[in-house]
Design a binder for this molecule. Structure first.
Ligand code: NAD
Ligand code: DAU
Length: 338
């Protein structure tokens, strides 16, 4: 199989490329990524010389059917997105462009090239927010609350419409909060780990009691792999780690695990004003993918967090360069869009 991975220089995309090359020795991967602030080729340094892998700097807004066809792409997996809720609150323009218009352009290109499988990497945030109990199932009505989740929901509707109108082989995945190696250090878990290591305050929004359902990134990758090979066109699959945690409890656990590494004396948790429209609780019911495709998550939160902390401790240069803006300046000089 030859896969086109869009957004493969980001957090989940880069983990997925590594996962695919490890588990499918005869597969080839093209990584099409615009290298926004979130895209980083250092995430793929260990495989950049692998003959089965090719990077192309490009924008999904310029995707072309002919381009996909001449390269013999069998399947497209669309990870490319603006992905940070806080940024979408400040300015949603890029979110509408990449997440909505970009998805439409990619769908058209994939349709023209008669791609056999298209997977849209969506999110549990399209379902909105839960109260104290209950879970999101694939049948939960969409009720996005942030410009980010609204743009992802719009993209989902386009994939659904292409399946119904054109019999297009599209599948949608909706996963809960990922964590693990190579996550950009403005997202919650890596921000808390790296701030603690730098001796900076740990900013907790509101009362810290918002709940997220955490999944280790490798488990998300194995779920996408199962969907790529066994998923049914036109279907939606929820993916979750069965690991609901309150934000404040995650921060306290990180600090406990970092004892001896931070050199801090006294409290460093800082409660800051809440995110606007902050969703209270997410929790995913992933019965469908478990029953129909036989997928199971492998890592519990404690194990996954240990592995993540260990990675950030061993890769200080990676996140220090991001935090100082060094990579951004370098890519601007080194790569032109293709
Ligand atoms: P990320 O922000 O780390 O990476 C996004 C990547 O997309 C970057 O490499 C960026 O350069 C690239 N990109 C952005 N605009 C592009 C464009 N116009 N053309 C080509 N490339 C472009 O995001 P992530 O956390 O790895 O998330 C990947 C996908 O998974 C997103 O679609 C996101 O909505 C979804 N998702 C994320 C999570 C999570 O917890 N992080 C959970 C569920 C779903
Ligand atoms: O649920 C899946 C989604 O998870 C993905 O679709 C998004 O792409 C991904 O970014 C993530 O969205 P969240 O908004 O849940 O993730 P974030 O890491 O930004 O925040 C997690 C929780 O932590 C949330 O309740 C807000 C809180 N938070 C976040 C930051 C950055 C803080 O309390 N302080 C912070 O500094």
């Amino acid at each position: 199989m030859k896969l086109l991975i869009t957004g493969g220089a980001g957090f989940i995309g880069s983990n997925f490329i590594r996962y695919i090359l490890k588990h499918h020795k005869n597969y080839k991967v093209i990584n099409l990524d615009k290298l926004t602030y979130a895209g980083n080729l250092e995430n793929l340094k260990d495989i950049e010389k692998d003959k089965r892998y090719k990077f192309v700097r490009g924008d999904i807004l310029k995707a072309k059917g002919k381009w996909l066809k001449t390269r013999g792409v069998d399947a497209v997996i669309n990870f490319a997105a603006e992905s940070h809720v806080d940024r979408s609150i400040v300015d949603s323009s890029d979110f509408i462009q990449t997440n909505v218009v970009g998805t439409q352009i990619l769908l058209e290109a994939a349709r023209e090239a008669r791609i056999k499988r298209y997977i849209q990497i969506s999110t549990d945030e399209v379902y909105g927010s839960l109260g104290k109990s209950g879970y999101f199932t694939e049948k939960t009505p969409l009720a996005p609350n942030s410009p980010y989740s609204a743009s992802k929901a719009a993209a989902d509707m386009l994939v659904r419409a292409y399946f119904h109108t054109h019999n297009f082989p599209g599948i949608i995945t909706r996963c809960s909060n990922n964590y693990g190696p190579y996550q950009f250090p403005e997202k919650f878990i890596p921000l808390m780990i790296t701030n603690a290591l730098e001796g900076k305050p740990l900013p907790v929004y509101g009362d810290g009691l918002n709940v997220r359902d955490w999944i280790f990134v490798d488990d998300h990758c194995s779920a996408i792999d199962a969907i790529l090979h066994k998923g049914k066109n036109g279907e939606v699959y929820n993916i979750g780690g069965n690991s609901e945690k309150r934000n404040i409890d995650v921060v306290k656990l990180i600090l406990k695990k970092l004892i001896g590494h931070t050199g801090h004396i006294g409290p460093i948790i800082k409660f800051v004003p809440d995110r606007k429209g902050h969703d209270r609780r997410y929790a995913i019911d992933s019965t469908k993918i478990k029953k129909e495709l036989g997928w199971r998550p492998k890592y519990d939160f404690d194990k996954g967090l240990d592995m993540t902390i260990d990675w950030y401790l061993k890769n200080k240069e990676w996140w220090q360069k991001i935090k100082s803006g060094e990579y951004k300046r370098y890519y601007k000089k080194m790569y032109r869009e293709g």
